[in-house]
Ligand binder design. Structure first.
Ligand code: ADP
Ligand code: MG
Length: 832
């Protein structure tokens, strides 16, 4: 065999060492999906186990990286080749999008330590994943190419890979991944059954994990902690009805489009549905019936070496499910031609594909539709019979025979009343069936608590008005019946396998159908959002021009959010924002980022008007304000983050920087800020930069690109004097007011009288500070002289010791300096 099996554990991969693993076993997210009980699609139940494989280039291909990944639920393979200088950061981002539970890498990387960079990138991107090293020989590009041709669904339009040699790396990673999955999951991939997408020059916008976090795009931590924070994803996904739609939404939010036509295609569809609400309504009622249509794919793709009853039952259920899904196609065929927007209208044609009918025909020939369409209340016996009779008769003699055996057994069981007749004559005892207890006796009687049960009956369970029990005789029957049911299932599985083999050549059409439904669901979710909020369709151009934009996550009905404009042009592309605490600086940076993000997934945006460039990159960094002990590391992290942004920033980058260098000293912070700002200006990227270093505001004098903005507090007159309220309104120009933090204190429930007093004090101090600064130089000198005089008097009071003498001499020198500087009366050196 390709691998020599390790006998100690079938889950082990020969030649695999998990030395790089973090020790914890990775959570299999897919298995937890059932925990969420609400019907809306949440972040946690769209994540399914993803496996990834990485191959690094050597010698001439050094610095290039190939990545292959598969989602074991959707059976979607994705191949990536990263070639340019940012290969590692692109790999990291892609891993963060994929969130694999396990990553396999070539074990030679493990041996020569030179590849710490890759290891570090992988570890930092997926600290939860298990990393397994696999022998180098499995990373075979030529073999990967062969597998690609063999496994991919026929008529896959994505044939870019043919005749190409520069895809070596990802094909090598693919080869190893296929073998690894087959080995540890215990199935083989059926030929011509999987969709393999090759990503090369995808026009996508790059964001990184910090930016997702800062912009609240998605909550990557809460599923572990069990609470869902509000995110842009949660805001939009409440409008999705299918898991595949939510998955598309998630992928789009993490990697928005960067191609104007693709964005316009989505926005066109959103706009159309906004204009024709009946289309939205019909689409949504249809989607509500299409819960998880992709669960059929693993059934078609996976081929197991051995049959089991559980798998057989699962396959039957899935085929029945598929049959029901295909019923949606008819409705879709009627619905989709009503759309004008190409992105949806084009899908209408895919539904005319003959292969859909062929699959339906295969299912109709195989499945016993009458039995399966049994509606209404079903007892456990009906449910079981549905499975037993799911397959039509006369398709397999063996199946028919096993079913007859089952029927005979049931007949025998019902006829065999000897036991009851002998031991419990004239009692209301009958045979009953439940899924957990199987066949048992049920005795309905008022005295269920007390009536004696003859000793040959066992497993007595007394309820209020009935009691149940069994007997050895009955249990033997149960055993035989169960055995017979298993035989029926295994025989059914042979028929199912044949049906699946027949369906497989047409599987491509199922991928298309899933795409159609998920696109429709995704667009509907955007429409739901656009309907519920006051939004506008953004246009695209060379500048960021947003009129009355609102931060989407604060923009909830009933709570007033203060709208703000944004205006950034190629010549004035740097907005420097100052203002007091709690004014809304951070919120504003998130607002600009979120609006750009929404615009690039094809969504409408919460604003009165919006025009934006299409960004290739959206990056956001937030300064940490940690405790002193952590300062150094958070500062270092901040600077590394900034360096990462600077390395790839250009005129098509949007950068949000919030309170850079907050945890360091003022001098250092200002110095670093200057340096970073100059670099950002040089790179010509669009920047929203907030800072509490008011001195930075002078930058607009030296750089035409910099424009100052500030959040000014609102002055409110109260009986206790003036109170400053944050207005959350952005003004042009730099800020010169006080830096207050009282809202924070209010949250901490300080008495309001104290706050009023504190505000007054702060204001007075601020005024004093201002007047002091305005004082004349002369005043300052006079004051210094007075200070000297005061010191003289103090010293003269003390007895003359040597120290006072020295102090006196020092003071005299200082005094002379001041006076000389003032060009006052000449005082002789010798005068004592
Ligand atoms: P800063 O970064 O200036 O300290 P934040 O952005 O953290 O301020 O905002 C402080 C508080 O003000 C937050 O609780 C936020 O909800 C609220 N806020 C900020 N901007 C707005 C706005 N435009 N409209 C309404 N509330 C806002
Ligand atoms: Mg802030």
């Amino acid at each position: 065999s390709f691998f020599q099996m390790n006998t100690s554990s079938s889950r082990r991969f020969p030649g695999v060492s998990r030395t790089l693993s973090s020790g914890r076993s990775a959570p299999r997210r897919g298995k937890n999906a059932s925990r969420t009980t609400n019907t809306s699609v949440s972040a946690s139940n769209i994540l399914t186990p993803v496996f990834a494989s990485i191959m690094e280039g050597r010698s001439s291909a050094r610095g290039q990286i190939g990545l292959a990944a598969i989602n074991l639920t959707t059976m979607d393979f994705h191949l990536f080749n990263f070639v340019d200088s940012s290969a590692y950061s692109l790999l990291k981002t892609q891993l963060q999008v994929l969130e694999p539970v396990e990553i396999i890498i070539c074990d030679s990387i493990n041996e020569r330590n030179s590849n710490a960079v890759l290891h570090e990138a992988v570890r930092s991107a997926c600290d939860q994943a298990t990393i397994s090293a696999v022998q180098r020989r499995y990373f075979d590009g030529a073999r990967g190419h062969e597998m690609y041709r063999l496994l991919r669904a026929r008529t896959d339009p994505n044939s870019k890979l043919e005749n190409s040699t520069d895809k070596e790396l990802c094909l090598a990673a693919f080869a190893a991944l296929v073998k690894y999955i087959e080995h540890i999951e215990g199935f083989i991939f059926a030929t011509s059954s999987i969709r393999i997408t090759f990503h090369e020059d995808d026009a996508l916008c790059v964001m990184d994990a910090d930016t997702w976090e800062n912009l609240r795009v998605i909550d990557r931590t809460s599923s572990a902690r069990g609470k869902d924070r509000r995110t842009i994803f949660s805001m939009l996904s409440s409008g999705t009805l299918t898991v595949t739609g939510a998955r598309l939404l998630r992928a789009s939010l993490l990697q928005p489009l960067a191609d104007e036509d693709e964005i316009a295609a989505r926005a066109d569809a959103v706009e159309e549905m906004l204009e024709k609400p009946h289309l939205l309504e019909r689409s949504r009622s249809l989607l509500a019936c299409a819960q998880s249509i992709d669960s059929i794919l693993p059934v078609i793709v996976k081929k197991y070496r051995e049959k089991t009853v559980v798998k057989a039952e699962h396959r039957i259920v899935q085929l029945v499910h598929l049959r029901q899904t295909l019923q949606l196609v008819e409705k879709l065929r009627q619905l989709l031609p009503n759309f004008v927007s190409p992105i949806i209208a084009v899908k209408a044609d895919t539904l005319l594909d003959d292969r859909i009918e062929e699959i339906r025909a295969i299912l109709d020939e195989t499945l016993n539709i009458d039995i399966l369409s049994l509606n209404g209340r079903k007892n456990s016996m009906d449910a079981r019979n549905q499975k037993i009779y799911a397959i039509q008769s006369h398709l397999s003699t063996a199946l028919d025979v096993s079913r007859r055996a089952y029927e005979e057994l049931l007949k025998d069981l019902h006829a065999d009343t000897r036991e009851l007749d002998e031991c419990m004559p004239e009692q209301n005892v009958q045979l009953a069936y439940s899924a957990s207890r199987l066949f048992h006796y049920l005795w309905i009687t008022h005295d269920a608590n007390r009536v004696p049960v003859p000793p040959n009956f066992i497993n007595v369970v007394r309820n209020k008005a009935s009691l149940t029990f069994s007997s050895r005789h009955l249990m033997r029957f149960n055993d035989r019946i169960e055995q017979s049911v298993c035989e029926v299932m295994l025989e059914s599985d042979d028929v199912i396998s044949e049906a699946i083999d027949a369906i497989r050549p047409h599987v491509e059409v199922l991928y298309t159908l899933i795409d159609t439904l998920s696109t429709l669901d995704f667009i509907c979710a955007l429409v739901v959002y656009a309907t519920e909020r006051d939004t506008v369709r953004p246009s695209f151009g060379g500048s960021v021009i947003i009129k009355a934009g609102r931060y989407p996550l604060l923009d909830v009905p009933g709570k007033p959010v203060v709208p703000n404009d944004t205006y950034l042009t190629p010549s004035s592309h740097f907005a420097l924002i100052t203002g007091p605490n709690m004014a809304g600086k951070s919120t504003y940076t998130r607002q600009v980022g979120s609006l750009a993000l929404l615009a690039q997934i094809g969504s409408f945006v919460p604003a009165e008007a919006a025009s934006l460039p299409i960004f290739k990159r959206i990056s956001s960094r937030v300064g940490q304000n940690d405790t002193l002990a952590e300062n150094l590391s958070s500062f270092a992290a901040e600077m590394t983050g900034m360096a990462g942004i600077l390395a790839s920033a250009d005129a098509r980058t949007l950068v949000m920087v919030d309170e850079l260098a907050r945890s360091t000293s003022v001098e250092e912070g200002i110095g670093i800020s200057y340096a970073v700002i100059e670099e950002l200006i040089e790179k010509k990227c669009f920047v929203v930069f907030t800072s509490h270093f008011l001195d930075l505001a002078t930058l607009d004098a030296s750089y035409a690109a910099v424009e100052n903005f500030h959040f000014a507090p609102q002055v409110r007159q109260t009986s206790d004097g003036e109170v400053l309220d944050p207005s959350h309104t952005l003004y042009r120009g730099s800020y010169s007011g006080p830096l207050y933090g009282f809202e924070v204190a209010e949250l901490a429930a300080l008495p309001s009288s104290m706050l009023v007093r504190a505000r007054q004090l702060a204001q007075r101090l601020h005024e004093e500070w201002k007047t002091r600064r305005e004082e004349e130089e002369e005043m300052m000198e006079t004051r210094e002289i007075l200070r000297c005089a005061h010191a003289f008097r103090e010293l003269l009071r003390h007895p003359r010791t040597t120290t006072t003498k020295a102090n006196l001499l020092q003071l005299r020198a200082r005094f002379l300096d001041v006076v000389r500087a003032r060009n006052a009366v000449e005082i002789g050196e010798d005068e004592d």
